[in-house]
Write a protein that binds this ligand. Structure first.
Ligand SMILES: NC(=O)c1ccc[n+]([C@@H]2O[C@H](COP(=O)([O-])OP(=O)(O)OC[C@H]3O[C@@H](n4cnc5c(N)ncnc54)[C@H](O)[C@@H]3O)[C@@H](O)[C@H]2O)c1
Length: 346
């Protein structure tokens, strides 16, 4: 592509949650491709803030990155930043994440995920961005027994406050897309893992405990299946969707098969998973192999709010972008294990 052609495709992108696990990887990827990124993150203490600070410090060392540290609920700051930066696109990843924590801290989910996302929708509307992309979750499929999960399946029975706030944001975003012609893509992510990962997630806790010779808690006696997604695959999928803002109904040509486009608004949902479900005990064996140590398993019953399986149908992502995530677990976990051992010197 000519330099001029490449330049015209380069965008100014506001990423919320840029100090988080996925936001960090995505910002790095987009900066390396030549885009300008402004990060927005509240550095909340849900897990070790030093990890977030280190991710942001690495991004600040890259050309094209600037950042604001503030919470989404601070509407005046969010509005000022959006006005000053004038983004072409917003990728909204900031959230109170975690399924289990939502049982004990529901208010934090309503404030960050619902009110915070409402603020993001408002600034996206005011700034007339070309594309607003928002992170939802596989948890919205809740009690849906049909596998693999397809975007057009009903997802009306969330099992946790986390899932309920994400589902509510999908609906709120639809109303903005309809009323204001704001193009919105919602991603449903499936258990993402990788270097610089989240300390609250099982793969991180397992690694920590196995290396220390401590037992790991294995829920539902190991009878759990998850669609594990390597962060590199997720970032590739999101980047390829960036130029594909959902069209208004009047501007649509032939639709791709199985598209989740709204009939009345420029709004679409896309699963990003690995199209495979892995048994938890196979996951643990793979991790043991990479760490060179055996896990001591403390088998426990199912946790409230948990689901036995997640499994993504990623055909829509592939039809839209030509890309299908496919990193196998051992290849995807290796960069995490290497990073963990180096970072924690263990
Ligand atoms: N990692 C996964 O497996 C997974 C799976 C499904 C969905 N998701 C979604 O993807 C997105 C990114 O997840 P992640 O794994 O990077 O999580 P993360 O917790 O590492 O990142 C979220 C970031 O948002 C920031 N944040 C939290 N509350 C905020 C607020 N009120 N104002 C401003 N910033 C705030 C945090 O400081 C953090 O840096 C989230 O929306 C999450 O719900 C993640």
């Amino acid at each position: 592509m000519s330099r001029r052609g490449r330049k015209s495709k380069l965008q100014k992108i506001l990423i919320t949650g840029s100090a988080g696990f996925i936001g960090f990887h995505l910002a790095r990827h987009l900066l390396a491709a030549g885009h300008r990124v402004h990060g927005f993150d509240g550095m909340t203490p849900y897990y070790d803030v030093r990890l977030k600070e280190k991710r942001h410090a690495l991004l600040r060392a890259m050309p094209g990155f600037t950042a604001t540290e503030a919470v989404l609920e601070d509407m005046a700051t969010l509005e000022k930043i959006t006005r000053d930066f004038a983004p072409d696109a917003i990728i909204h990843l900031a959230a109170q994440a975690g399924v289990r924590y939502s049982l004990s801290h529901p208010r934090s989910y309503v404030e960050t995920n619902f009110t915070g996302s409402f603020n993001v929708l408002e600034v996206a509307r005011q700034a007339r961005v070309k594309h607003l992309m928002m992170a939802s979750t596989s948890s919205v499929y809740g009690a849906n027994p049909e596998m693999p999960f397809v975007e057009t399946d009903r997802a009306d029975h969330p099992l946790t406050v986390y899932a309920a706030t994400k589902k509510a944001v999908e609906a709120l975003a639809h109303s903005y897309a309809h009323l204001w012609g704001l193009p919105v893509t919602l991603f449903r992510f499936f258990t993402v893992y990788g270097a610089w990962g989240r300390p609250d997630l099982a793969y991180f806790k397992f690694t920590e405990a196995i290396l220390r010779g401590q037992p790991i808690d294995v829920y539902n006696h190991g009878e759990l299946w998850r669609d594990f997604t390597a962060v590199e695959d997720l970032v590739e999928g999101v980047s390829r969707l960036l130029p594909l803002a959902p069209p208004l109904p009047a501007d649509r040509g032939t639709q791709v098969e199985g598209d989740s486009l709204s009939p009345v608004a420029p709004w679409r949902i896309v699963n990003i998973g690995n199209s495979d479900k892995v048994h938890l005990m196979d996951f643990i064996r793979t991790l043991e192999g990479l760490l060179g140590r055996k896990a001591i398993c403390n088998f426990l019953p199912m946790q409230p709010g948990d689901v036995p399986a997640t499994w993504a149908d990623c055909a829509l992502l592939q039809r839209l972008t030509g890309f299908r995530p496919g990193t196998d677990l051992a290849s995807g976990l290796k960069p995490f294990v290497d990073w963990y051992r180096d970072y924690y010197r263990s």
